[in-house]
Design a protein around this ligand. Structure first.
Ligand SMILES: Nc1ncnc2c1ncn2[C@@H]1O[C@H](COP(=O)(O)OP(=O)(O)OP(=O)(O)O)[C@@H](O)[C@H]1O
Ligand SMILES: [Mg+2]
Length: 323
């Protein structure tokens, strides 16, 4: 296929009920009491699903990002999405879209991430999110529901999403934590992408050994909670479990500047390749490369396509092994 010819792809829709205007900056040292003089700030339209949409687009794919927006921050957020040419369907809300604040401490290279709760959604507003989804579920395509739930949204929200996506004949992918994750898994999803901490919390344990990680991921597959479980382990790589078995991949050696958005980049790489008709093991390699490419970029910046392609080429083959 020629380079100029786009790969035929199934539709990808992302859902973000709690987006955040990401403000990032740096300062010499974070101390109490004194004013902390900061460098010029950078603004990004963040939040799980929207980040997935942004990375899919960077990697050459197409998505529709369904997200809430409200207040002056919501306006700024929408402008940034438009500037990045990410197609979106906005669900207006009364409250103001939250801001998250990331500060890089220059002297130590530590990163401080302040994550706000988000505006309370009324029942009419969260139901409007579900209606927006209901009218746009792409049959045969993929829906990525990602991020925390803001106050007011019931904890079974992603379970409702999963049911709706399933009824619409699409594949539901969920990336969240806590009770919202547990409820989505009780409904059953196509793919789930927990971190080590999130999956540990789900099983009320600490997944501190390779075997415990493989067992936990495989257990979700065995019980029908998810067809695919992509367990990400930060700098220790990732595990993919399905009925075909288990694959473990290490991360490529990269210089870590900021891990913000690594999980979202991972998921974007994964869903894009699935939508392009690639098998899960190939999608998993792109995902690990995209996650690792994201940590090479500073602050809230997401991954670059050329880094993803370069890192992916150097990853070992992804081979299914018995769980
Ligand atoms: N220190 C690292 N070095 C190399 N790659 C990394 C590192 N941390 C994360 N990654 C890459 O990013 C992927 C996802 O990372 P991680 O497990 O931290 O996700 P997450 O906890 O969901 O992140 P997020 O904070 O964005 O939600 C990993 O599987 C890996 O490919
Ligand atoms: Mg995550």
């Amino acid at each position: 296929m020629g380079a100029s010819q786009p790969i035929r792809s199934k539709p990808i829709l992302t859902l973000t009920v709690n987006p955040a205007l990401d403000v990032s900056t740096s300062t010499e040292q974070v101390v109490s009491v004194h004013k902390l003089r900061c460098s010029a700030s950078r603004l990004d339209p963040g939040g799980g699903g929207v980040n997935v949409s942004r990375v899919v687009r960077r990697l050459g794919g197409q998505t529709l990002a369904v997200h809430t927006a409200g207040g002056a921050t919501g306006e700024a957020y929408r402008r940034l999405i438009v500037a990045e040419r990410v197609p979106s369907l906005v669900v207006p809300i009364e409250g103001s879209t939250r801001q998250n604040f990331t500060v890089d401490e220059a002297t130590t290279r530590k990163q401080f991430r302040f994550v706000l709760e988000g505006p309370r959604l009324s029942e009419a507003e969260w139901r409007a999110c579900l209606s927006a989804l209901a009218s746009s579920v792409p049959p045969g395509g993929f829906v990525v529901a990602s991020g925390s739930l803001p106050p007011g949204v019931p904890e079974d929200f992603y379970a409702r999403v999963a049911r709706m996506v399933h009824e619409g004949g699409a594949h539901c992918i969920v990336d969240t934590s806590g009770v919202a994750l547990t409820q989505a898994l009780a409904e059953g999803v196509f793919l789930v992408k927990p971190s080590r901490r999130e999956l540990g919390e789900h099983f009320d344990t600490v997944l501190d050994s390779t075997q415990s990680q493989v067992d936990a991921a495989s257990a979700l597959v065995a019980t029908g909670a998810a067809e695919y479980v992509a367990l990400t382990l930060g700098g220790a790589g990732a595990v993919l479990a399905s009925k075909s078995g288990v694959i473990r991949l290490p991360v490529p050696p990269v210089q870590v500047l900021s891990t913000v958005g690594a999980g979202d980049s991972f998921l974007a790489g994964f869903v894009l390749r699935l939508a392009q008709g690639r098998p899960a093991e190939a999608a998993f390699r792109t995902a690990v490369a995209a996650g690792s490419a994201a940590v090479m970029t500073p602050a809230t910046e997401l991954c670059h396509r050329d880094d993803v392609e370069r890192l992916e080429a150097d990853l070992p083959a992804a081979v299914w092994l018995p769980g």
